[in-house]
Write a protein that binds this ligand. Structure first.
Ligand code: B12
Ligand code: SF4
Length: 638
């Protein structure tokens, strides 16, 4: 039976749409899609099938693995910092399969979600659950990155030993199949264990995997790398509130698009998700916002690596603006953009109106020679101040990513560059990464083809550990300067300056103080990147990496308790200090008029004398190049 209904802005899910279609008691959606008619109206086409009482329940357990810390313990928190969009994306697709009863009208699909960064995996309970259902179902290891691959295999092991089907997807397997020979790096471990490898994206394909598991014919490999699906009308990322609440601030996530036109050599994304912009429609985005708002969730991390290059950025912002301004949904958004986004007319203004209050910028480095070696020529350091001041004008908090270990970097130049950034660039938060040959990137492929030594432990490919040699620094020097970078940037003096800049530019000062708290303490106290951080680190002796000795609980628990206590005393001190600074700055009489070099409006002549543009040969060349263009065209760079 087919039903059509005009796309209803307020419809929350397929089932509510069906009710609007005139009652569907006894029917479930078999397929659903959006179709536009000649008048531009959008219709939702529903193909219904009769519902039957489920005779069997297929168990689909979605697990997003974490990885091991330097002591070999799984990184897990009471509340993790950020939600997993990979889980939300796969859950959305799985829920759609369940709603459509893809295994037949009398087979239900029960979905369980485990994000290991905030939930301990109870293998015994899961195994007995499978047993209750005659082992009918599978474990899906979701969004597995290279650093999570060893842990993912360790999770798979007991399930495979019990004969449960296991499939794995995500950036490691997809990146390796896209750039390497199909066996590297360590993919044979999956084959040996009988874990199915899924490369590519699950939209439109997950039901094949589920059907194959149900029929007992799960293939060793599903490779869709050459066939990336369109995103319009596809099931949207979604997680029930009980899972979202396990992350700080109860923020949900979605990718409004995938693909990036640039060609940075360290990037895996372009080789996995492609360089063509694929996107969800504004209707899809509205649908997912309403689904979340219906469960009280209004904060979203839009995970597109570069939302500014999403071809539908404007229609997406326009729809979000409508939802916010017309329908009163108090949206709060974080987006990721490039350093040229300020050149897109209306982009920043619409971002503000749509509810963006945090923006992540891939700054990467301030030495043009470094950017050129990484093929990141689109990053123009001469534009950095204009772009950052543009965000400041909107009162939006900026977070910039900074990569350490490019060819021209040494500990001394890194220290100098961090000092220049603090003085001259109006960035709120800076986060550091080590340049890493991630499997799936061009850099990795080049080293791999040339037989250059790289760390064989994938657990360390978390962009925090040094994984290959550098021509100007020893590996130890590089690793040390990575950790030192955090304390060089987050000094008490600079944190006060950042709070003063926030008070002067309308950036929410309380919000900034919260982030300063996390960014200034996580690497130092927890030895992990803030993106992998959270509140209250949890550990269990049984979760130690195989091959490392299991610690005696009589030593383990007292030590763990003491470490936790000491850390929290230090954290309380840091929090109190930030609160005092924040309050003092907020109520100081001249707070709104604070001015420093970084906040000074761009004046091309004066900017030319900044250290940012004079301390490296690359910077001098960039300025000379701009002057030459200005002379030739008679126009100053906008
Ligand atoms: C948002 C994001 C985050 C968020 C959320 C994590 C998440 N995975 O959702 C946060 C901030 C927490 C984060 C942290 C980190 N991240 Co991150 N992150 C991203 C980003 C920008 C988007 C992720 C996303 O939503 N993708 C869209 C989803 C839908 O794609 P997907 O995961 O590939 O899933 C699809 C398919 O693979 C497939 N699929 C996936 N699993 C399965 C399973 C089965 C069974 C099947 C059938 C299909 C299937 O279907 C999905 C839907 O199509 C990616 C880059 C990117 N464009 O993906 C980097 C990326 C994944 N992150 C990366 C890294 C390194 C990290 C950190 C280690 C950094 C750090 N040191 O802190 C941490 C790790 C923390 C953690 N616990 O995951 C790297 C991984 C590189 C690699 N090859 O390993 C990436 C690729 C960025 C990069 N630098 O290249 N990250
Ligand atoms: S801009 Fe970002 S997503 Fe695009 S290629 Fe460069 S690193 Fe990758």
């Amino acid at each position: 039976m087919t039903r059509w209904l005009r796309f209803e802005r307020r419809c929350l899910s397929g089932l509510i749409s069906m009710a609007a279609a005139g009652g569907t008691n006894g029917w479930v959606i078999s397929t659903a899609c959006h179709v536009k008619d000649q008048t531009g109206s959008i219709w939702r086409k529903l193909v219904l099938q009769p519902v039957m009482v489920a005779k069997r329940h297929f168990q689909l357990v979605l697990i997003k693995p974490s990885h091991y810390d330097d002591d070999g313990y799984v990184i897990r928190w009471w509340r993790a910092m950020t939600p997993s969009n990979s889980l939300a994306a796969v859950y959305g697709i799985a829920a759609d399969c369940a709603e459509r009863r893809v295994l037949g009208p009398d087979v239900a699909i029960d979905i369980e979600v485990i994000d290991e960064t905030n939930t301990r995996i109870d293998v015994a309970a899961l195994l007995s659950r499978f047993k209750r259902h005659d082992d009918f179902g599978c474990v899906a290891l979701v969004g597995v990155q290279s650093n999570q691959y060893p842990r993912a295999l360790d999770i798979a092991r007991p399930f495979r030993a019990a004969g449960i089907a296991v499939a794995m997807g995500g950036f490691h397997v997809s990146g390796c199949l896209s750039m390497l020979d199909g066996r590297a790096v360590d993919l044979d471990a999956c084959r040996d264990m009988g874990v199915a490898i899924f490369a590519g994206e699950a939209e439109g394909r997950l039901e094949t995997v589920i059907a194959d598991v149900a029929a007992g014919r799960l293939a060793p490999i599903y490779n869709y790398m050459k066939d990336l699906p369109g995103m319009e009308g596809m099931p949207v990322p979604f997680l029930p509130k009980r899972y979202i609440e396990r992350t700080l601030g109860s923020s949900a996530s979605f990718d409004a698009g995938r693909g990036c036109p640039y060609q940075c050599s360290f990037c895996t994304i372009i080789n996995v998700q492609g360089r063509k912009s694929r996107y969800r429609s504004a209707e899809d985005v509205e649908h997912l916002v309403r689904l979340n708002w219906a469960q009280g969730i209004r904060k979203f991390f839009i995970t597109d690596d570069n939302f500014a290059r999403n071809k539908e950025w404007e229609s997406t912002f326009d729809r979000l603006i409508e939802l916010r301004e017309r329908d009163g949904i108090p949206l709060s958004l974080m987006i990721q953009v490039d350093t040229l986004c300020h050149k897109i007319p209306n982009f920043m203004e619409k971002a503000k109106r749509a509810g963006v209050n945090k923006v992540f910028i891939g700054l990467e480095n301030i030495n043009p020679d470094n950017l050129a070696t990484a093929k990141k020529r689109q990053n123009k350091i001469t534009e950095y101040r204009k772009m950052l001041l543009g965000w400041k004008k909107q009162g939006i908090l900026t977070i910039a990513g900074y990569i350490l270990g490019f060819p021209a970097d040494t500990p001394e130049t890194i220290k100098r560059d961090i000092a220049i950034i603090k003085e001259e660039l109006p960035i709120d938060l800076l986060e550091f990464f080590c340049l890493t040959p991630l499997p799936g990137s061009e850099d990795h492929q080049t080293l791999w083809k040339n037989g250059v030594a790289m760390d064989s432990d994938l657990n360390r490919y978390d962009v925090e550990h040094v994984c290959t040699a550098h021509s100007k620094m020893s590996m130890n020097e590089w690793q040390d300067i990575y950790h030192e970078a955090w304390s060089l940037y987050y000094t008490p003096e600079h944190m006060k300056t950042l709070l003063r800049r926030a008070a002067a530019t309308g950036v929410p000062i309380g919000n900034l103080a919260k982030y300063l708290f996390t960014f200034s303490t996580t690497d130092r106290l927890e030895n992990v990147h803030p993106l992998q951080g959270g509140i209250l680190r949890l550990k269990h002796p049984s979760e130690r990496r195989p091959g490392l000795s299991r610690e005696n609980p009589w030593f383990f628990w007292p030590r763990f308790g003491w470490e936790t206590f000491v850390k929290h005393v230090i954290l309380t001190g840091a929090m109190v200090r930030l609160l005092i600074w924040q309050t003092a700055i907020m109520y100081s009489p001249g707070a709104r008029n604070y001015m420093d070099q970084a906040l000074t409006p761009v004046s091309d002549d004066k900017d030319e004398t900044l250290d940012l543009l004079t301390k490296t040969t690359g910077a001098l060349a960039a300025v000379a190049h701009i002057k030459k263009i200005a002379e030739l065209t008679g126009v100053r760079a906008a």
